[in-house]
Design a protein around this ligand. Structure first.
Ligand code: PLP
Length: 390
């Protein structure tokens, strides 16, 4: 079956943060939203049917996740990532961001140091700071237009830190960390007794020929200090169903994390998330393979269009995710005027780089998970506006 990623779907009036909150976010109702990591494609038929089937039953009472739900995750991890996961390792969380917060609460104490690698997905910062833990920036290095981990700095910082929150693959710079990079990082963590929370929500969205490396699956030793966050929500665009998992092999760590989930009474989840997860992980391979081809083409199109029409704009071509990190440093603007220009002159709603912490200044994150006609329209707007500035 050939899936259609070209259909333009009107999402206005559906309670969509991306489409219905333009005024609140950008103070402009006409902006074309290319920001939050949410795709504008149709949810595949097999997921819609699974949700619709459950919705047709007239009672929506308290529910639990059945064995089939867990087996769907186990089988997906085995098929797509060659990772053997056991049923007991899987802990439910209503979302990955809540999970990050719960892991920080469960495994660290106020005042403990937690390392993050900016520019990075900004809820990593609040997951640390909001609970009075100390945020430590292991800022990525940008060498020859490629982001790399600053291992030398990490070796120093790891000496007295409890936890590292890893974005694997990395949002927003789009790096799919290699096995070598992750092993080196893992060695530092093991030597310093530091646990790793590996956020792999984008792990299914790695663009061939790159390959996702599950951090916990590098070695037995690393699987003993790692908490992996995973969900069908980015891969299949199901964020509105609030269903995700923490996968934890070590029993002691798992007990601590589970106890926070239980204390907050967040175990229940929702019936539609359960059905959608099963359908996605049982039937989603072909759809995902086609999605990755479409996303890759959108990324190539963006790269060549901008190289040709706006050569002063630096484009970091992602190895994973559908976000493209753009560097506007050559345009002589400051962050405030860059944002204003983007919203009110180009009519585009991108994510400002400064939100992603150190290293984000004069950058913007562009979401290209949209029909090609929408992307072309956005690229034309971008070129028209910034052509005059360069
Ligand atoms: C790295 C990363 N983690 C987590 C999330 C969001 O997770 P959730 O919606 O399950 O809370 C995102 C969304 O963009 C993300 O990029």
């Amino acid at each position: 079956m050939k899936y259609n990623f070209d259909a333009v779907i009107d999402r206005m009036g559906t309670g969509s943060i991306k489409h219905d909150l333009k005024w609140e976010i950008f103070q402009n109702r006409e902006v074309l939203p290319m920001w939050v990591a949410d795709m504008d494609f149709e949810t595949p038929d097999f997921i819609r049917q699974a949700v619709a089937k459950r919705a047709l039953h007239p009672v929506y009472g308290y529910t639990f996740r059945d064995e089939e739900y867990y087996q769907s995750i186990i089988s997906w991890m085995s098929r797509r990532h060659s990772w053997h996961v056991e049923r007991d390792w899987i802990v439910f969380s209503p979302g990955v961001v809540p999970a990050l917060n719960m892991v920080v609460l469960a495994l660290t104490s106020p005042g403990d140091k937690v390392i993050v690698q900016p520019p990075v997905y900004f809820p990593f910062f609040t997951a640390v700071k909001d609970h009075e833990r100390e945020l430590v920036y292991n800022e990525l290095l940008c060498v020859n237009n490629r982001y790399l981990i600053n291992f030398e700095l990490l070796e120093q910082q790891a000496k007295d830190a409890r936890l590292l929150i890893l974005s694997n693959p990395h949002n927003p710079v789009g790096r799919c960390w290699t096995r070598d990079e992750l092993s080196r990082l893992g060695d530092i963590c093991l030597q310093n007794n530091m646990m790793v929370l590996s956020d792999e929500i984008h792990g299914d969205l790695v663009l061939p020929p790159n390959k996702h490396q599950v951090f916990a699956n590098i070695s037995e030793a690393l699987s003993g200090i790692t908490i992996t966050a995973h969900a069908p929500s980015k891969t299949f665009n199901l964020a509105g169903l609030s269903t995700s998992s923490l996968i934890i092999r070590d029993e002691e760590i798992r007990k601590k994390v589970k106890s926070v989930v239980q204390k907050l009474h967040l175990e229940m989840g929702n019936i539609f998330g359960n059905e959608a997860t099963k359908a996605a992980f049982q039937q989603g391979d072909a759809w995902l393979d086609q999605l990755l081809v479409y996303l890759n083409e959108n990324i190539r199109l963006t790269q060549s269009f901008l190289a040709d029409q706006l050569p002063d704009l630096k484009v970091f071509v992602p190895e994973a995710t559908y976000m493209i990190w753009l560097d506007f440093a050559a345009f002589g603007l400051d962050d405030k005027s860059l944002r204003e220009k983007m919203i009110h002159e180009a009519g585009l709603g991108l994510s400002p780089g400064i939100d992603f912490g150190p290293g984000g200044s004069l950058k913007m994150r562009l979401n290209v998970a949209c029909p090609r006609s929408v992307l072309l329209n956005a690229l034309q707007k971008l070129v028209l506006t910034f052509h005059q500035v360069g």
